[in-house]
Design a protein around this ligand. Structure first.
Ligand code: TMP
Length: 237
């Protein structure tokens, strides 16, 4: 499938139309932004890492019964996807406290939770992606009750598969953000990406950060961390 005109350019990706309206092509960039675009930079090679790692994870999740928008990897940076209407929610799962959870609730980073947490943010740049609960989501029609039940069930399955997989890579999956989309017939499937931009990965033994927090917190070694994650997952060949 060939890419045609540019349909959308986001912070980290471009999306192109194809000759078939049911499909699009995503192209991952090296541009990095954070804090709603306030912090900007480049992470050399990030687009390749995110494209390849995300495709790898989506294939693994499909094998485990989670439907996704993945169709075919075209090259290192570009992938054919099923076209979906994005459900305007950031779905966040946490296994250990970190980031905004630690700030909001005063729980030290690295604290192991008794059970994973599930939280939602409304995707709205102008509002700064505010946190939103189930009843509020249903009230404003961001998703129906049925869609939210499906999203929650898939999300907990995705967490279980990912925790297990990354443990084998000697990586602690601290937390992550995912998004879902609707196919034209209304079916809800996993969309967007799963990558070091959207997950917190810590080395199991040293608790060293191997994700975008190195960029967010100006820690240095950002490219090296992304490359290390490719190695851990077995995608460096
Ligand atoms: P947080 O601690 O900043 O709320 O982030 C939780 C997880 O979600 C972390 O792995 C980073 C990811 N995330 C995104 O991918 N995009 C976002 O816009 C936000 C807020 C978080």
């Amino acid at each position: 499938m060939e890419k045609k005109e540019l349909m959308y350019e986001g912070k980290a990706k471009k999306v192109y139309a194809t000759e078939d309206p049911a499909y699009c092509v995503v192209s991952y960039k090296d541009d990095a932004t954070e804090f709603n675009g306030e912090k900007k930079g480049t992470i050399v090679g990030k687009g390749v890492v995110n494209n390849r790692m995300s495709n790898f994870m989506f294939k693994l999740l499909e094998e485990n019964g989670v439907p996704t928008d993945f169709v075919e990897e075209l090259n290192d940076r570009e992938t054919v996807l099923k076209k979906v209407e994005i459900v305007p929610l950031e779905v966040i799962v946490r296994n250990k406290a970190a980031g905004s959870f630690s700030k909001r609730f005063g729980v030290p980073e690295g604290t192991q939770f008794k059970a994973p947490t599930l939280e939602y943010c409304l995707k709205d740049d102008a509002l700064g992606d505010p946190m939103i609960n189930d009843s509020q989501i249903i009230a404003i029609g961001a998703a129906t009750k049925e869609e939210l039940d499906t999203i929650a069930a898939y999300t907990m399955k995705i967490n279980a598969v990912m925790v297990d997989f990354f443990k084998q890579c000697n990586v602690d999956l601290i937390d992550f953000k995912i998004e879902f989309g609707r196919l034209p017939d209304g079916t809800v499937i996993l969309a967007d990406e799963i990558s070091p931009d959207t997950c917190r990965f810590w080395d199991v033994n040293t608790q060293e950060k191997l994700d975008k927090d190195r960029f967010r917190r100006d820690m240095g070694g950002v490219e090296e961390a992304y490359a290390e994650m490719m190695k851990r997952v077995g995608l460096d060949k």
